[in-house]
Every structure is written in C-alpha cells, then in structure tokens.
Design a protein around this ligand. Structure first.
Ligand code: SAM
Length: 213
C-alpha cells in the first residue's frame, strides 16, 4: 500500500470499501492534543448537538480533497464540527466562518477552536446567521448547514446563490430529521444546476450537493 500511496497526487481521493464489520478500522491521525479535545467536547455535549465523529472525518476529507478555501458553517454549537472542517482547511490554506446563535455555545466554540490551535483557520461569529450572513463578503466554496431543521430551505435560498460553481453545500440530519425539511430536500434533489447525494458516514445522514454552474 505505501508504494501505491506515493503515486497518489496531493488532494486525490482514495476510497476503500470495508466489506464486513469487524474490529475497529484504523482511522487517519488527528494532531496530538486535538483528538483528546474532540473526545472531551463530545463527552460534555449533553444535548448531543455535535455531528458524529464519522461525519467530522468525512468533512475533513471533503475539504482537504477539494482544496476548499472559503467555508461557512451555519450552526456551530460548541465547535466540534468546526474543528474537523478546520483540520481539512489547515491542509488547503482555507478559512471557515462558523455562526452560532447561543451566547454560551459561541463562547465555548471559540475556546475550543483556540485549544485546537485553529484560531488562524476558524472564526466563530456569535449571532443569528440570517442576520450575519448578509454582512459577510464574497462567495463560499463549502457550506455546512446544521441549524434548526425547519429553517434549512430559507438558509439554502439565502446562501446557495453565493456558492461558487462546483462548490459544495452540505446539510446534516437529512435522514433522521427528513420530515422537518421536506421543502429543502425537494430543492436540492429536484432543483436545476445542482446534483445531490445523500450519504451516511454516521446515522443521521448528510446531503452533499454540488453547484453545477
Ligand atoms: C445541531 S447544533 C450544531 C452542531 C455543530 N454543527 C457540531 O457538529 O458541533 C445546531 C446549532 O445551531 C444553532 N442555531 C440554530 N439556528 C441558528 C441561527 N439562525 N443562527 C445561528 N445559529 C443557529 C443552535 O443554537 C445550535 O447550537
């Protein structure tokens, strides 16, 4: 495998399908200190707001493999997913703005980002994303939507026009909370100039949409 890996270009995607459930599969390493921090955020997350570890790993891979430069997260909570996205952006030289409505969670996210050594990569904005997004300049090549589910369609309408061609728009809980976002799911599955796949790195399901033009 190591000889083969030397011939894979930086940013290439290597897909390995594990056919049978067995002993835990070794995963790509997380920088020293950050792994323990991620575990402690999860342990303290009584409301189970954070994405699963597998969802986090998946986003890190997507960000690094697509050379993402300008990322936006809507619904940052305590910073768990922002740290995984930030680890991908550390590879690409990109930047994430994550927006969190709740004061205590926004402070906790900023603290966790600092502890992860990612303050140069991730900016935590405290506020209502419906008000904060219009104040941000420019376009996004990666958006991760993880706020209140009935708001997904409104966020999609607000942000998708600002996604670059071939940019990615991801949304969380599209399987376990499908009934709360049917209008959003129709928009990403039936809309023009968008292609969508629903994946399940964890059990909640994520939509991954690409803006075609
Ligand atoms: C499921 S949690 C996000 C979890 C986070 N993405 C993670 O994996 O670590 C949803 C968060 O969205 C926030 N939220 C909901 N509506 C929002 C809005 N309009 N603007 C900003 N944050 C919002 C909530 O306060 C909550 O903390």
């Amino acid at each position: 495998m190591s000889g083969f890996l030397r011939r894979v270009t930086p940013g290439a995607v290597l897909i390995v399908i594990v056919a049978a459930a067995g002993p835990a599969v070794a995963q790509s390493p997380v920088p020293p200190g950050v792994a323990g921090l991620l575990t402690s955020i999860k342990k303290a997350d009584a409301g189970q707001l954070s994405v699963s570890e597998e969802d986090g790993r998946f986003m890190r891979v997507l960000v690094a493999s697509h050379g993402i430069k300008r990322a936006l997260e809507i619904g940052g909570a305590n910073g768990y997913s922002a740290i995984w996205i930030g680890l991908g952006l550390r590879e690409t030289g990109g930047h994430l703005t994550t927006i969190e409505f709740d004061d205590g969670r926004a402070k906790s996210a900023a603290d966790n980002v600092r502890r992860a050594g990612l303050t140069d990569v991730v900016t935590v904005l405290h506020g209502d994303a419906f008000r904060e997004i219009p104040k941000l300049d420019g376009s996004f090549d990666f958006v991760f939507l993880d706020a209140w589910k009935p708001d997904y369609k409104r966020f999609f309408d607000l942000v998708f026009p600002r996604v670059t061609p071939r940019g990615l728009f991801l949304a969380h809980n599209v399987v376990n909370k499908e009934t709360e976002m049917r209008d959003f799911l129709s928009a990403i599955q039936d809309g023009p100039a968008i292609a969508t796949s629903i994946v399940r790195p964890g059990s909640e399901g994520m939509s991954v949409s690409v803006k075609l033009r």
